[in-house]
Design a protein around this ligand. Structure first.
Ligand code: NCD
Length: 314
C-alpha cells in the first residue's frame, strides 16, 4: 500500500480509520524509526505547527512539538484558555481562522468533546485531535497500538486487559475502538460506577469482539498485556465519589510477580496510586518506552497529514 491510498488529512476520531489505514500507519512508523535522524531533519523544513493545548498536557504536547522539530519544522503554541483570546470570548472557529494564516497544520487539545471537529470545519489546514474531553484521543490510541506491535510483534490473537477509569478515560475509548479491527479478546477491569459506557459495549457486540467485564484485578494475570489508567478526578461531578474510587486498584511488583505470565504493563500516564513505582524496573513495564514510540507515531502523523512520502523524499 502506498501513500496514494491514504486519504486522511485530519485526524479527529479513531472511527475514520480502516484496518488497512492502521496497518499503513504502523508500517510507515516502523520505516521511519529505522532512519537516521539526519535523514529526517529536512522533511518539514519551512513548515509551522500550531500547538493549541487548552487542557493540561505533558507527553502529548511535548511529543508533538518534538516530532515537528525533529522533522525540521517550527512550532507556535498557546497553552490554556487563560493566555488565549478564547478567555476574552472569542469562538474556537474564529481562533482557528487566525491560526490558519500562521500555520501549516494544527494540533488541538480541548476539554469539550467534539471541539476538534468544530476547529477543523473552520479551516483548510490539517487539524489533529490531541484529546477532546471525555471523547477521543486518536493519536494516543495509534501510539498504544504501535507499542503493542513493537513490543509483542503482533496484535491479532492477544488477550488485552483495560484497568481503571473506563467511563471517563478517552485513551480507553479510542483504543477499544481501534482494537475492534483486530482479532483480540478484551477484559475490562473496573468498578461498576466507572465501567465501560454502553455505547462501546454495543459496538463490541456488533463487531463480534470477545470481551468480559470484572471488578477483579487478578484477571490481568491471564492477559498478554494490561492497559492501566488513572481515575480521572477532573471528570467527576461528585468529588466524594472520586474519593471512594481513587485507590480501588494498585498494580505493584509483588502482584505482578505472583503471576506465571509476564503481562506487559502499559499506561498512558500520568499515573497515580493505580501503578506503583516498584514496577518500573520490571521487564513488564512498557510505559516509559511508550514516550519514545509517541514521538515516532506523531512524526508519522505529521508527515501523513501533509502528504509526505518518506521513501521518495529520502
Ligand atoms: C491521557 C489523557 O490526556 O487523556 N494522557 C495522555 O495523553 N498521555 C491520560 C490521562 O490524562 O489520564
Amino acid at each position: 500500500m502506498s501513500l496514494a491510498h491514504f486519504h486522511h488529512t485530519n485526524i479527529l476520531d479513531i472511527d475514520q480509520f480502516s484496518r488497512e489505514d492502521i496497518q499503513f500507519i504502523l508500517k510507515y512508523a516502523q520505516v521511519l524509526s529505522q532512519k537516521e535522524r539526519g535523514q529526517l531533519s529536512h522533511l518539514l523544513e519551512g513548515r509551522i505547527l500550531a500547538s493549541l493545548f487548552f487542557e493540561s498536557s505533558t507527553r502529548t504536547r511535548l511529543s508533538f512539538e518534538t516530532a515537528m522539530i525533529r522533522l525540521g519544522g517550527k512550532v507556535i503554541s498557546t497553552v490554556g484558555f487563560q493566555f488565549s483570546s478564547i478567555s476574552k470570548g472569542e469562538s474556537l472557529s474564529d481562533t482557528m481562522k487566525m491560526v490558519e494564516a500562521y500555520a501549516d497544520l494544527a494540533v488541538i487539545r480541548h476539554p469539550v468533546e467534539g471541539s476538534s471537529r468544530i476547529a477543523s470545519a473552520a479551516v483548510n489546514i490539517p487539524v489533529i485531535n490531541a484529546g477532546d474531553g471525555t471523547g477521543q484521543h486518536p493519536t494516543q490510541a495509534l501510539l498504544d497500538v504501535y507499542t503493542i506491535f513493537i513490543e509483542k510483534g503482533c496484535i491479532d490473537g492477544l488477550q488485552i486487559a483495560f484497568v481503571g477509569d473506563l467511563k471517563y478515560g478517552r485513551t480507553i475509548h479510542s483504543l477499544v475502538k481501534l482494537l475492534c479491527h483486530y482479532n483480540v479478546k478484551m477484559i475490562f477491569v473496573a468498578p461498576i460506577d466507572i465501567s465501560l459506557p454502553e455505547s462501546y459495549r454495543k459496538e463490541l457486540k456488533e463487531q463480534n469482539i470477545q470481551f468480559e467485564e470484572t471488578e477483579d484485578l487478578k484477571a490481568i494475570w491471564d492477559c498478554d498485556l494490561a492497559y492501566v489508567t488513572r481515575i480521572q478526578q477532573e471528570r467527576f461531578a461528585d468529588q466524594s465519589q472520586y474519593e471512594l474510587l481513587k485507590n480501588v486498584y494498585s498494580v505493584d511488583r509483588s502482584f505482578l510477580l505472583a503471576s506465571r505470565k509476564e503481562t506487559l504493563i502499559m499506561h498512558p500516564l500520568p499515573r497515580l496510586n493505580e501503578l506503583n513505582t516498584d514496577v518500573d524496573d520490571l521487564p513488564h513495564a512498557a510505559y516509559f518506552r511508550m514516550a519514545g514510540y509517541g514521538v515516532t507515531i506523531r512524526m508519522t502523523l505529521l508527515l501523513l497529514c501533509l502528504n509526505i512520502d518518506i521513501e521518495s523524499e529520502i
